[in-house]
Ligand binder design. Structure first.
Ligand code: ZN
Length: 188
């Protein structure tokens, strides 16, 4: 396994539309190695999600966290060729998002908070499930990467685009008091 270099905003790989992966190749060594390397890279940088173009691979593969299992541990989903359907256009939620491709920065983004996801998993099986709230936000952030979209494209109020430290101090000071929210601010 290896820790991969993360592309930063400005690199063209983050702005291209990613190619779908042939489902027959999901179980093959190349895709499986990419999945392992992406996990290792995400863990190294404390991400809650990672999309393949962020490690210079313009293919439709994402890892997305945000859900917790019965024991309270973060659960990560590996998705290939994901398709998102918004279930309720009127129901949105916002948060300060971060991204491993924009280190040290954060911005307030509103997104639909109920979605349906259709994709292949890491074994090549077709899966479909619904997400709500924080995991739905993480998933949309990751899937945006596959279309060459960064969260900065979705910030409506640029006064809410900030360095992390200043956001904690001036824009969202309650986060400093509540360590439990720390995990929710992981970069994607
Ligand atoms: Zn990101």
């Amino acid at each position: 396994m290896s820790i991969l270099k993360v592309a930063r905003m400005g690199h063209p790989v983050l702005r291209q539309k990613c190619e779908p992966i042939d489902p027959k190749k999901i179980k093959g060594p190349d895709v499986q190695r990419l999945i392992r390397d992406m996990f290792e890279t995400m863990a190294e940088y404390h991400g809650v999600g990672l999309a393949a173009p962020q490690v210079h691979q313009p293919v439709q593969l994402v890892i997305a966290g945000g859900e917790v299992d019965d024991e309270g541990r973060t659960k990560f989903r590996i998705l290939i060729n994901p398709e998102i359907t918004v279930l309720d256009e009127d129901s949105t939620s916002g948060m300060y998002e971060g991204c491993l491709s924009l280190p040290g920065l954060t911005g307030w983004v509103e997104r639909p908070d109920q979605i349906k996801v259709k994709a292949y998993d890491h074994t090549g099986k077709q899966i479909e499930f619904e997400l709500e709230g924080y995991p739905a936000i993480v998933m949309q952030h990751e899937c945006d990467h596959l279309q060459g979209i960064l969260y900065t494209d979705r910030i409506e109020d640029m006064t809410k685009f900030s360095f992390d430290e200043e956001a904690r101090r001036y824009l969202e000071p309650q986060l400093d008091e509540d360590e439990d929210d720390e995990e929710e601010r992981g970069d994607e």
